[in-house]
Design a protein around this ligand. Structure first.
Ligand SMILES: [Ca+2]
Ligand SMILES: [Ca+2]
Length: 391
């Protein structure tokens, strides 16, 4: 939330526009931009991203590996594991290995994980409502901004914004009329008072009839609170990627290696020119009811696309380098310190899987190895989560 506000500050304060610090705010705000930002063909292979649509031939197509029916995979052993699937223990190669991958996805490294249960779907509005009704919980987006907390993440000379700006709000996506310069987030993100999980597109929107859509506008703190109530936890980043891969080796996506637009639509993402022309060929302008697309081989829905999903881990851009000389990492739980060179003052958490705003040209956040981050007190219209549970 605080970084949502920062974007607003940026848009209204020339101070930020005149310094490189402004860019730091923006890149945190909208994950797809952060990815676009490093899409530079002049960089080394390891630093390039999202420019190459062609999947290298060395990553053999796996169209013959059809996911089995997720309904067959969902385990309902008892009420405690309702709606969850068992992800068996195993070893996998974590990280990126093609030229779509960004620098923070390297190096690939071997990871071994214990088995765990995972929600088959993103947490829905219906599920989150049960939590709120039972506990009276108030989400981050529903609270006014605490300036004392916010200023810790700002340059020391930042003036306190108008009190009206500090009132409860969150960011909603608004498509532009025409094609725009993609370096300016403010053209499609609107700081909207009254936006919250109950009003994901602002105060005039609601979630009636969207009970099965993923809950959004929830911060990492909100997700943690839900997990505790549900007797679950957030997945580690390693657990999330392992589960997304569904047991497929060297796969780019949760369904394998076939292009995202081949043979129908693999997940909920953006077709057309972003952010002005969503062709909606997959049937959904924004979020889709969970499970609207095929499950991966583990029976997990929407691991690619629909909404971004919070992970437990802190985000550190250099984290994978810790494994350079490690033969096998056992149940890694993330770095001890958060670090994003773009915003070194901010404490960030990992988010995974991409959203309905991603596409192959602009984002590709739905790749298995794609990493993203946001401050843990941020909520946005395209961010949700799912839970895991040990036995
Ligand atoms: Ca879509
Ligand atoms: Ca998702």
């Amino acid at each position: 939330m605080y970084f949502n506000l920062l974007n607003n500050l940026f848009n209204n304060n020339q101070l930020f526009k005149s310094t490189s610090f402004s860019i730091l705010f923006i890149t945190a705000l909208y994950p797809t931009f952060a990815q676009k930002k490093v899409c530079d063909t002049t960089k080394t292979v390891s630093a390039k991203s999202c420019c190459t649509k062609v999947i290298p031939k060395r990553f053999g197509m796996m169209d013959n590996l059809q996911p089995k029916s997720a309904k067959d995979s969902i385990i309902s052993l008892d009420k405690n594991h309702e709606g969850m699937v068992w992800i068996p223990s195993g070893t996998f190669l974590m990280g990126g290995n093609n030229d779509q991958a960004r620098q923070d996805e390297f190096p690939q490294h071997q990871v071994k994980l214990n088995g765990f249960f995972m929600d088959a779907t993103e947490v829905t509005n219906e599920q989150f409502a049960k939590f709120v009704n039972a506990t009276g919980y108030i989400t981050t987006a529903e609270k006014d901004v605490d300036w004392d907390e916010l200023k810790k993440q700002l340059p020391s000379n930042t003036p306190k914004p108008d009190s009206e700006m500090l009132k409860a709000a969150s960011l909603v996506f608004v498509a532009t009329e025409d094609a725009v310069n993609l370096s300016d987030y403010s053209q499609w993100w609107k700081w909207e008072h009254g936006a919250s999980w109950k009003h994901p597109q602002g105060p005039n929107s609601n979630i009636i009839g969207k009970e099965k859509n993923p809950v959004v506008q929830v911060s990492w703190d909100d997700a943690i609170a839900y997990c505790k109530w549900a007797g679950k936890r957030l997945p580690t980043e390693a657990e999330w990627e392992y589960a997304a891969r569904g047991g497929l080796k060297n796969s780019l996506y949760s369904w394998g290696n076939s292009p995202i637009d081949s043979a129908g639509y693999k997940c909920n993402y953006w077709q057309g020119s972003f952010p002005n022309n969503n062709e909606i060929k997959d049937g959904f302008f924004n979020s889709a009811p969970v499970g609207s697309f095929s499950a991966n081989p583990y029976g997990l829905y929407d691991m690619s696309g629909n909404v971004w999903e919070w992970c437990a881990d802190l985000y550190n851009s250099n984290y994978y380098n810790e494994f350079k000389n490690v033969k096998l990492a056992l149940n890694p739980k993330g770095p001890s310190k958060s670090y994003d060179p773009d915003e070194p003052l901010a404490i960030k958490r990992v988010m995974r899987g991409g959203s309905f705003l991603c596409n192959e040209v602009y984002c590709s956040g739905y790749r298995n190895s794609s990493r993203m981050k946001s401050t843990q007190d941020s909520g946005m219209e395209h961010m949700g989560f799912r839970c895991v549970k040990d036995k």
